[in-house]
Design a protein around this ligand. Structure first.
Ligand code: NAD
Ligand code: SSN
Length: 513
């Protein structure tokens, strides 16, 4: 039997091990991307206290790795490194930044299978979805490597002949990037690529549940030649999150925070950043309506429902949360939906035919259980599923359809973040809009209709940042991703995403002849 151990820089190599290294990692083809150290100032480091925490596979509970459980002192070191690196990184030619980012993109593409394996291992996502995430996440690096060359200023035509006005765009400085578990690669590249292109240096705090992908990406950034201190990854357990993130929010050397995660934690971050008037970008939760009108192509609506709802087992911020189906096609939509759901195989995402993986942790499973039980106790009907699946694994919940959802149920207002389709029947367009907008959240919304006038009317009235029309998958590197209301502040992706990491400087040259 081959044994593995950690070498001094955190690589797994052949040999006897005293560390916890699970069997699954041994099956990986490129072990060099599995890290057990954090990445600060171009070096692989442990926590100053030498504390560690465990990362496990949600499909079977196996321990995957032990990762540094860092504290404020460790974040301080990362901040200092990023501040020193900023002087150089912000001043090198944008073409050189672009070239280094392109090198990183090429390595990410070359290693896409390994990255996808790591995503599936620590996040539970079916492997095909993980490959799709790597492609999607990499597209941000490619896009922003190009945008880096096009960050221009302006000359403004003035009314006063003796003055000339200029505007320059400048990187804001060191930024903290804090990300969610559900897209452990793409949520980082969406922020990091824009920040790097703008000339910022970064401290990444990946989710406690899925830090291995972030560390693998850092290794590839290192190999790509991105200078030390420009990209830093610090890791922490659930118990350390508040102090790590608190430090990033309150340290005046960190000029901006870009956060992806729950509304609950987003509010804390907003409050912690306020005393320093720190730049904040918040990409938070959603409660997307998925409206199917009588004129819709039902087959397309059903396929889109499946692909957008069951992506990452329903753990996507843009996943439809409330399905509103018009009375004329209600029965037909449900009949077709149930047939398609019956085809979804649940299980360990590393098995080829699996379409629905586990949820990320016990808290998430319990939340889904409570939401469904509450709805049922208030009159909802379960058409399929509606229960945990202990025979598959502790963190599995059956793909579920429940109908007769009412305003009094928690599931009506709260983000589900699991494989549950909750359906309401409506009669008029007016009624559909009333229900769709009856939420504090405003990330995405979906409309299925064959009536072009209705499509424009409803798109205009929906209180969301993004609308999918006859389409359930709307994300792309080149578009402005983000929400309104309590779903967040700011945008990621597209040329819009660069703005989060840039300051304008206006220069007035006067007394001209
Ligand atoms: N709008 C978007 O682009 C987008 C994208 C992905 C996920 N999300 C949202 O993220 C949520 C799910 O992700 P999650 O469970 O990882 O979110 P979360 O808020 O629990 O965690 C997000 C990040 O904050 C850290 N964190 C957790 N508790 C903290 C605390 N008390 N103080 C400081 N940091 C803390 C986590 O380790 C993680 O890095 C959902 O609500 C989802 O809609 C939004
Ligand atoms: O979870 C939300 C992000 C998913 C996406 O970018 O499509």
């Amino acid at each position: 039997m081959i044994l593995y151990r950690l070498n001094t820089i955190g690589h797994i190599v052949k040999g006897n091990s005293s560390s916890v290294i699970m069997n699954q990692l041994r099956k990986l083809s490129h072990l060099h991307l599995i890290k057990q150290r954090a990445y600060v100032d171009g070096k692989w480091v442990g926590a100053s206290t030498e504390k560690v925490f465990q990362v496990s596979n949600p499909a079977n509970g196996e321990i995957l790795s032990e990762i540094p459980d860092m504290n404020e002192k460790d974040v301080e070191a990362a901040t200092k490194a990023a501040l020193t690196a900023f002087k150089k990184w912000s001043n090198i030619r944008p073409y050189d930044r672009s070239k280094l980012m392109r090198n990183w993109f090429d390595l990410m593409v070359k290693n896409q299978e390994t990255l996808a394996q790591i995503i599936t291992l620590e996040g539970g996502k079916p492997y095909a979805e993980s490959v799709a995430e790597v492609n999607y996440g990499n597209s941000y690096i490619e896009f922003y490597a190009e945008e880096a060359k096009r960050i221009n200023g302006e000359i403004i035509s003035g009314t006063q002949p003796t003055k000339q006005y200029f505007v320059t765009s400048n990187p804001i400085g060191v930024v903290g990037l804090i990300t969610s578990f559900n897209f452990p690669l793409a949520m980082i590249t969406r922020k990091l690529s824009a920040a790097l292109a703008a000339g910022c240096t970064c401290i990444i705090k990946p989710s406690t549940d899925t830090p291995l992908t972030a560390l693998a990406m850092a290794e590839l950034a290192h190999q790509a030649g991105i200078p030390k201190g420009v990209v830093n990854v610090i890791t922490g357990s659930h118990g350390s999150n508040a102090s790590i993130v608190g430090y990033l929010c309150s340290n005046p050397d960190v000029k901006g925070i870009s956060f992806t995660g729950s509304v609950e934690v987003g509010k804390i971050i907003n409050e912690r950043c306020a005393p320093n008037i720190k730049r904040v970008c918040l990409e938070l939760g959603g409660n997307a309506p998925f409206i199917v009108y009588n004129s819709a192509n039902v087959a397309n609506a059903v396929q889109s429902a499946i692909s957008s709802k069951f992506r990452c087992s329903g753990q996507a911020c843009v996943a439809p949360n409330r399905f509103l189906v018009q009375d004329g096609i209600y029965d037909c939509f449900i009949e077709n939906l149930l047939v398609e759901i019956g085809k979804l195989k649940m299980g360990d995402g590393s098995h080829k035919d699996v379409k629905v993986g586990p949820l990320i942790n016990v808290a998430q499973v319990e939340k889904i259980r409570h939401l469904v039980e509450d709805a049922v106790s208030k009159g909802a009907n379960v058409l399929i599923g509606g229960r945990k699946a202990p025979l598959v694994g502790d963190l599995f919940y059956e793909p579920t359809v429940i109908t007769d959802i009412r305003e009094t149920m928690h599931i009506y207002r709260e983000e589900i973040f699991g494989p549950v389709i909750s359906i309401l029947k409506f009669r008029t367009e007016e009624e559909s809009l009333l229900v769709a907008n009856q939420t504090d959240l405003g990330l995405a919304g979906y409309i299925f209709s064959g009536d072009i006038n209705q499509i424009f009317r409803v798109s205009k009235e929906l209180e969301v940042g993004m609308v999918g029309v006859n389409e359930g998958i709307i994300s792309a590197a080149e578009i402005p991703f983000g929400g309104i209301k309590s779903s967040g502040i700011g945008r990621e992706g597209g040329h819009h995403g660069l703005r989060e990491f840039l300051d304008y400087k206006y220069i007035c040259v006067g007394n001209l002849n």
